[in-house]
Design a protein. Structure first.
Length: 244
């Protein structure tokens, strides 16, 4: 049995530990690599802290050929990586991902920039409370929220500075990948929770439509982290996609 390399890229505010359950379910057919984003854990921050710089930093630690799973901000990193290194990234799985996090002309399925700025101010004033509320917003509406909210709390990035968290919010506020998605030719699977309060499901649908070779799958009882609430189902979908 051929073992394939898969890199899992976590989202804003979380450590790579958020992937622990899913990586166990992907083993032994897939060799999982779960790097911390720059500035998280023991991984040094990059400067400037831009989406492309973060993507390049992750790419440098990854296998020469690999599949990539990205969640939320990690999905945007995965898209930038796939565009910049098409020979390295073979297939993409994008979970709770949007090409444009903030609302812009022609892009209503997003967060108001004022709301994101208010979140940044709250984070600076009360980091612990704001991150706890952020986790609460991620699990709200999920049928299994009580079963996995503790896992998310445990995966909140503790060894990450306020500066890096703020830089990540800036990346989210400035990134608009819509005009670059035609340059991401890899087969892609876009997974989205129907009750996602962080990234509207319509954003995932539009992402799949804008990518040259993508398909969309809606997980009806899930919110922003379906790989935590429905890990067996998501792992099965990922195995089937990467085995094609």
């Amino acid at each position: 049995m051929k073992v394939r390399d898969v890199v899992l890229v976590h989202g804003w505010g979380f450590s790579a530990a958020v992937w622990n359950d899913l990586t166990r379910r992907l083993s032994p057919r897939f060799r999982a690599h779960i790097p911390d984003l720059p500035g998280y854990g023991a991984t040094p921050a990059c400067s400037p802290y831009t989406l492309d710089a973060v993507a390049d930093a992750v790419a440098r630690t990854a296998p020469r050929r690999c599949h990539v799973i990205g969640w939320s901000l990690g999905g945007e990193v995965a898209l930038a990586w796939a565009r910049r290194a098409p020979r390295q990234v073979q297939r993409l799985a994008l979970i709770g991902t949007t090409p444009c996090f903030t609302r812009r002309p022609g892009w209503p399925c997003a967060t108001n920039s004022e709301e994101l700025q208010a979140f940044g101010r709250a984070l600076a004033e009360d980091r612990a409370g704001t991150l706890a509320r952020f986790v609460g917003a991620q699990v709200k509406g999920d049928a299994r929220a009580r079963r996995f909210s503790g896992a998310q709390q445990g995966a909140i990035g503790k060894n990450v500075s306020d500066t890096v968290l703020a830089a990540g919010l800036t990346v989210l506020s400035r990134t608009d990948l819509r005009g670059k998605l035609f340059r991401v030719p890899q087969p892609a699977l876009v997974l989205h929770g129907a009750h996602d309060r962080i990234v509207p499901p319509a954003a995932g649908r539009r992402l799949a439509m804008l990518l040259p070779a993508a398909r969309f799958s809606l997980l009806r009882s899930c919110a922003h982290a379906p790989f935590l609430s429905r890990p067996a189902q998501v792992a099965k979908m990922l195995r089937a996609f990467f085995d094609e």
